[in-house]
Design a protein around this ligand. Structure first.
Ligand code: MN3
Length: 214
């Protein structure tokens, strides 16, 4: 399969809009995917349209090389390529609640970096609450170790060369309909939906890349 390049299209969610009920409501999922993500896709395509020589770049390449792009589109690419990547990453990090737990080498890495799963989730919640305004919390893999970082707006860790394995969108549009301004309740609900097997396979490829670089 050819890697996706311009023009980008809004791929369907990997589950139904109501699949995350009662933790994330159907209307929020519809608006988040069909309107918010769609807008980032439309704006990214509009930004790239006058630059045919950029049309062969993937989303990841656009983000990793933002500072090498024409100066006048750097901010638009950062916001909109980031907006597409970050949202896809967010949606694919969720699954219908299944009481899944981290397994195998991912569980070991969480224990090594944070002590145990509860300590990780407490640190994650504190980081998510610390984001002022709009942004994301990320779990990134650095040389096989795990670290929690936050990014403002639609900035992506890829731009800094970091490998994300989990994220959480803490823009108010992700939770306002159900939780109003109470971000802490959204974080607690989100915890039940983490797609740990997706996180684990991302961690495995990051750890393999680290091993092959040594
Ligand atoms: Mn969002």
């Amino acid at each position: 399969m050819q890697p996706e390049t311009y023009p980008f299209v809004n791929q369907p969610l990997p589950y139904n809009y109501d699949a995350l009920e009662p933790y994330i409501d159907t209307k929020t999922m519809m608006l988040h995917h069909d309107r918010h993500l769609q807008t980032y896709i439309d704006n990214l395509n509009a930004t790239l349209r006058p630059y045919p020589y950029l049309h062969q770049l993937t989303l990841e390449q656009l983000i990793m090389h933002t500072t090498s792009l024409p100066h006048e589109i750097q901010t638009a690419v950062r916001n909109n390529a980031g907006g597409v990547y970050n949202h896809r990453f967010y949606f694919s990090s969720l699954q219908p609640a299944a009481e899944q737990q981290p397994q195998g080498m991912l569980a070991e890495a969480i224990n090594k970096s944070f002590g145990n799963l509860d300590s990780f989730l407490a640190a994650w919640k504190a980081a998510a609450l610390s984001v002022f305004g709009s942004g994301y919390v990320w779990l990134v893999c650095i040389n096989g170790d795990l670290r929690i970082i936050t990014t403002p707006n639609q900035n992506s860790p890829l731009e800094a060369g970091l490998q994300p394995i989990l994220n959480l969108d803490v823009w108010e549009h992700a939770y306002y309909l159900k939780h109003f301004n109470v971000r802490a309740d959204y974080i607690a609900d989100w915890t039940a939906l983490i797609n740990w097997s997706a996180v684990e396979s991302r961690y495995a490829s990051c750890a393999a890349r680290t091993a092959s670089n040594q």
